[in-house]
Design a protein around this ligand. Structure first.
Ligand code: NAP
Length: 295
């Protein structure tokens, strides 16, 4: 679909799209919006990450300018602190009629409170966090979990469809984040299970390539195990999803009520790995930390 088709039936005005946060995820997501031909403006705190956009995309040097000149604004930021800082600036602007779509993984409480504040100012808000890492972000095949009003989702849908293969509307504001915390709880368990299994098979003298092929061909293999296979074989943990972010999400799950038998173990494992300086490595780098503690 070309951006000339992106009209609102009520006033035939084309929405201008803004994107804040061009990190590991935000950059490829914004690139997909650019590729689709939408009138796009991007902002990143470290402006160096905003290079490589085409001439028809506007690179803004401030959040204020980005918000003033756009109608539907996506954000993909680290955590509560980052989102609250960015939206603190946004809330000081004239934002009547604008739609904000936060795709970051943050706490449910912060997200719901933000939705209420934006609504008080005449703007709309969707929480729309994603499942899938940098490859699905680049391929436009993320799973997008949405909380908020149906009409707002319909306004955002043409853009979300360029970033994700599946858009799940789960109910009111906060429900998208709720689903995201649940799936990442599962993911943190998978990664710890995978790391322990590989260490166990190492100990028994089975080559990593052989073991990972067996896992991936079996019922216990998944997209999550497949995507971490090359990192485990190369023992090189360049981040697609940083361990710091996974630990953030386990803590958010605990705050949201995940008081199940594994939560303490997960916190202990990922905290120790962070303490061992692995926080900026990929999440599956926990294997290096578990190895030290299990010798
Ligand atoms: P990232 O690479 O660390 O990017 C974080 C982005 O937030 C950067 O653009 C960063 O700007 C910006 N930022 C941080 N603090 C800021 C502040 N105070 N003001 C303005 N901008 C700020 O993280 P990511 O991997 O893209 O993840 C983004 C979100 O998606 C996180 O909530 C994460 O949990 C979630 N997520 C990640 C993955 C994944 O596989 N990576 C998958 C699903 C969901 P600078 O460049 O200036 O630092």
């Amino acid at each position: 679909m070309n951006f000339s088709d992106q009209t609102k039936s009520s006033d035939m005005k084309t929405d201008h799209i803004g994107f804040i946060g061009l990190g590991n995820m935000g950059y490829p997501m914004a690139k997909n919006l650019e590729r689709a031909g939408f009138p796009l403006a991007v902002y990143n705190r470290n402006i160096a990450k905003a290079k490589d956009f085409e001439h028809h995309t506007t690179v803004q040097s401030s959040i204020v300018e980005l918000v003033q000149s756009n109608d539907v604004i996506f954000s993909m930021l680290t955590d509560d602190k980052a989102v609250l800082e960015v939206y603190g600036i946004i809330l000081e602007q004239e934002i009547q009629g604008k739609l904000f779509v936060d795709m970051s993984t943050i706490s449910r409480g912060a997200s719901v409170a933000l939705a209420a504040k934006l609504k008080e100012r005449g703007a709309s808000f969707l929480d729309a966090p994603v499942a899938g890492s940098t490859k699905p972000a680049a391929d436009g095949t993320l799973i997008i979990m949405v909380g908020g009003e149906q009409a707002d989702l319909e306004r955002a849908r043409p853009y979300l469809e360029k970033m994700g293969k599946s858009i799940k509307h789960l109910g009111e504001n906060g429900k998208g984040i709720a689903a995201k915390l649940a799936i990442n709880y599962f993911l943190s368990i998978i990664y710890q299970g995978l790391a322990e299994t590989i260490l166990f098979s190492d100990k028994l003298g089975i080559g990593r390539s052989d073991m990972l092929e067996i896992i991936n061909d079996s019922a216990s293999g998944s997209g999550a195990t497949k995507v971490k296979t090359p990192l485990l074989i190369a023992e090189d943990y360049k981040p697609a999803f940083a361990l710091d972010l996974m630990l953030k999400d386990i803590r958010l799950a605990q705050q949201a009520g995940a008081n199940y038998p594994l939560i303490g173990t997960l916190l202990d494992t990922y905290q120790k790995a962070q303490g061992n300086g692995l926080g900026q490595q990929d999440v599956i780098g926990i294997i290096e930390s578990i190895k030290q503690f299990s010798i």
